[in-house]
Design a protein around this ligand. Structure first.
Ligand SMILES: [Zn+2]
Length: 393
């Protein structure tokens, strides 16, 4: 039974990683026998997670072979991104299409209790809508992306820096109880890194994702997997020391990138030059105040230095930058980061490294949280489809 489940998982992953793939190709790719592939394909077709499709023939006559692909309406998941200043949510179908999305601003210092209550309300009102109540049995779970550190084994947030009142909050237990659905929790930047992978073409290259905002984080994506580390707190780019002897960081270390070059750090350092409540106000001042402009350049240089260091450790061809505030500093940050990577990365004479900016913005974390649900829970855990669903909308 266990082996069969394992085969189902391998085949389902292989189908998900391709636009469409034939049973013969699946057998070649996975090393499983044609008989095993056939049996698993029947199970997956029965569960409604995959469907048959014609594969376009590149040349030659004859009928197109029949392939398998994921069935977008075969499963849905909800994902939420919990940030210090906003909450975002999406419902994804298995084809990676966004079927619903929301975003709400959170007041500075909003309590964990209130935020969870808002989140619960959002899920409840979504599930009450007719198109969702009809699909309740295809909804495989809820994912929540939260700032680290978090304990993935106990599924709790462990009091992240700049995130008061979230000390040891068991989000999964609270939400799981309310909705009788599996609830998964992951590091925000890790989830966002997965979310970006869902928008890239199948078979994309490994990449390093870096989130820039009130906090700074990262994720390393290889194939369709993200590297989590032993405790789920890997690639914490924000806590790389860029200024030994710098300010004390809330993580307990000194001179971390997050405490030297984040939105929060910029606003704090710019305070002597004016009263800036938001990054937008500060960036407007940077156009006319050289001291403020210099702070932005310095933050970009620290980001670049940290990214070169991480790149020297992980050695990938692509760095993807993201975060809902990034577009405000992109013009300054991106050229400096590109320049540093081009001239200082250890691998530069062997292979170039592409630096790109993600276009998903503030829903990246939520998308990643939803994708993580599919990634973790499928293909198990969904009942056999007994009737076709009504079309969406
Ligand atoms: Zn730190």
């Amino acid at each position: 039974m266990r082996l069969r489940r394992q085969h189902e998982r391998i085949i389902f992953r292989a189908i998900s990683a391709n636009v469409a793939i034939s049973r013969t190709q699946l057998a070649e790719l996975t090393g499983l026998s044609g008989q095993s592939v056939g049996r698993v394909a029947r199970t997956l077709l029965g569960s409604g997670l995959v469907e048959e499709t014609e594969i376009a023939r590149s040349k030659g006559p004859g009928a197109s072979p029949i392939g398998l692909r994921v069935r977008p309406a075969g499963a849905f998941s909800l994902g939420f991104g919990l940030e210090r200043d906003y909450l975002s949510g999406v419902a994804l179908d298995l084809g990676g299409n966004i079927r619903w999305q929301m975003s709400r601003h959170l007041a500075e210092g909003e309590t964990a209790e209130n935020t969870l209550r808002l989140l619960e309300q959002d899920i409840r009102s979504l599930l009450r809508a007719p198109e969702w109540s009809a699909r309740r049995d295809r909804l495989c779970g809820v994912g929540v992306a939260a700032p680290g550190p978090l304990d993935v084994t106990t599924r709790t947030i462990v009091g992240p820096p700049n995130f008061p009142s979230w000390e040891h909050v068991d989000v999964a237990k609270e939400l799981g109880r309310a909705f009788d659905l599996p609830v998964l929790i992951d590091n925000a930047a890790t989830a966002a890194a997965i979310g970006i992978a869902w928008r890239l073409p199948h078979g994309h290259r490994p990449y390093l994702y870096c989130y820039w905002g009130i906090g700074i984080g990262g994720g390393l994506v290889i194939g369709d997997d993200v590297y989590r580390g032993t405790t789920g707190n890997a690639i914490e780019i924000g806590h790389i020391v860029v200024n030994p002897g710098g300010r004390l960081c809330e993580c307990g270390n000194v001179g971390c990138l997050e405490t030297e070059a984040s939105v929060r750090a910029l606003l704090r350092d710019a305070a002597p030059y004016g009263r800036f409540r938001t990054l937008t106000e500060m960036m407007t001042a940077a156009r006319t105040t050289p001291e403020v402009a210099a702070l932005v350049t310095s933050a970009a240089e620290k980001m670049a230095a940290a990214l070169v260091s991480v790149l020297n450790v992980v050695d990938v061809d692509e760095v993807v930058l993201g975060g809902e505030h990034l577009d405000e500093v992109e013009e300054v940050f991106v050229p400096i980061i590109r320049d540093h990577i081009e001239h200082r990365a250890f691998r530069r004479r062997i292979a170039p490294t592409t630096v790109s900016v993600s276009d998903i913005g503030e829903i990246a974390n939520a998308m990643g949280a939803a994708a993580m649900v599919f990634h973790t829970l499928l293909p198990d855990g969904l009942p056999v489809r007994d009737r076709p669903e009504a079309p969406f909308g």
